[in-house]
Design a protein around this ligand. Structure first.
Ligand SMILES: Nc1ncnc2c1ncn2[C@@H]1O[C@H](COP(=O)(O)OP(=O)(O)O)[C@@H](O)[C@H]1O
Ligand SMILES: [Mg+2]
Length: 396
């Protein structure tokens, strides 16, 4: 409790004068009754000139009626306080007007508390501007990153395509050999028919054989062309076993040529994953061709698939030359290759890694120099999203 003996009127005035908030008190007769020091500075007035004078005198005629209305409203008790932001002589003031009442709750006057908030507003404006600049920069950056990402995606697609072409170049020599056999057969048929013209029986025997040979060639060429053309990146439900068979169809001639012992241990049931068939197929072709490159004649390649919980595990294991510990850390890097210029692009595993990651899977390698290499791929099992009908929902 303040001791009224201790706190005198002069003390109160000193206290109010020491504040950096302007305080102006207007009595019930609308007269200036008190202006503290900060009030004088902030409002550019001199207390000695104002005390006892009506507030209406210091307002221009245009504002006068508004001030009268305001004072009346305060007197009538329409509101106990008001708040206004005003701008005067290049400065901003936060003004709050509060009704002062006596102990009988009767209107005595209005006290105006005025705070110079110019600096605060300047800082707020600066902050706002800085924020806008920052936002703009973030927007520009996001756009740049999105564009760079799009470009990277396109570049990666082009790399996939060129890696594919390189692979085709590699297994095409096996294919050429395979095409030669039916081609020889067809040639023999044609020769026989031509040198025995008019021999219906011979024609009937040989022409179906020639047609069969053509069909074989057609299938091989179709497969190659299909592998070569760009494919959509649409993800669908696809059986990894089937993709392995397809990849082997493309590479089998090459494997056969090197007399590679291929062992398959594929899951008896289909192993469905959600993926882009062509891109996953490209990963498998690359792994098969890598093993082909790594093994000697009569080497072994073991491929297995199995489902383990929610994961499909696919293994490619060969008994080839293996990878040194030092190189094992680099094989997934773009352009890392230990092969001759025309044999390797160094992109196969880099792209395989990207494709598998893009499918929510993992790919890893274990290897021992001169013993062999094992690649393990894990992919999430395809989970069918069932659309539940309303009736089913109700039936619960
Ligand atoms: N099965 C494997 N056995 C031995 N080395 C391998 C095997 N697979 C990959 N590598 C090594 O990883 C490197 C990178 O492979 P990859 O990215 O497919 O590129 P590329 O086959 O064009 O060289 C190969 O050059 C080889 O050194
Ligand atoms: Mg490769």
């Amino acid at each position: 409790m303040p001791d009224s003996e201790l706190l005198k009127k002069e003390d109160l005035i000193e206290i109010l004068d020491s504040l950096n908030i302007g305080i102006i008190y207007v009595d019930r007769e609308n007269r200036f009754a008190f202006v503290n020091k900060a009030g004088e500075e902030i409002r550019f007035i001199k207390a000695s000139d104002r005390i006892g004078k009506s507030v209406l005198e210091c307002h221009s005629p245009g504002v006068k009626s508004k001030v009268i209305d305001d004072m009346k409203s305060f007197q009538k008790g329409d509101y106990a306080s008001r708040h206004k932001m005003i701008r005067s002589k290049g400065k901003y003031f936060d003004n709050s007007y509060n009704v002062v009442k006596n102990s009988n709750d009767e209107f005595k006057g209005v006290v105006l508390v005025s705070q110079d908030v110019t600096e605060k507003i300047r800082l707020e404006k600066e902050l706002k501007r800085a924020n806008e600049v920052l936002e703009q920069k973030v927007k520009e950056r996001t756009k740049e990153i999105t564009e760079a990402y799009e470009k990277l995606k396109i570049a990666n697609d082009q790399l996939m395509q060129s890696e594919k072409m390189a692979a085709i170049g590699q297994f095409v020599s096996g294919v050429a050999h395979e095409i030669n056999n039916p081609l020889d057969g067809i040639q023999n048929c044609i020769r026989a028919v031509m040198s025995n013209s008019g021999n219906e029986k011979l024609m009937q025997d040989y022409l179906p054989l020639a047609s069969e040979g053509l069909f074989k060639i057609e299938i091989i060429v179709k497969r190659l062309l299909d592998y070569a053309r760009p494919h959509s990146k649409e993800k669908v439900r696809v059986d990894a076993n089937e993709l392995i068979y397809n990849s082997l169809e493309l590479t089998k001639f090459r494997l056969k040529k090197k007399k590679i012992d291929l062992q398959l241990k594929l899951n008896t049931e289909p192993v469905y994953v959600y993926g882009e068939p062509h891109y996953l197929g490209q990963v498998f072709v690359n792994l098969i061709m890598n093993s082909y490159d790594a093994v000697r004649e009569d080497g072994k390649l073991f491929i297995s698939t199995r489902q383990q919980g929610n994961t499909i595990e696919i293994i490619f294991n060969d008994n080839g030359e293996g990878i040194s510990e030092e190189n094992l850390n680099k094989i997934f890097d773009p352009f890392f290759t230990t092969k001759q210029k025309d044999n390797g692009t160094g992109l196969g595993l880099y792209l395989s890694y990207n494709v598998i990651k893009d499918h929510g899977g993992e790919i890893s390698a274990e290897s021992k120099l001169n013993e062999g290499t094992k690649f393990t791929i894990s992919l999430p099992v395809f989970i069918e999203e069932k659309v539940i009908s309303n009736e089913e929902l109700v039936a619960g």
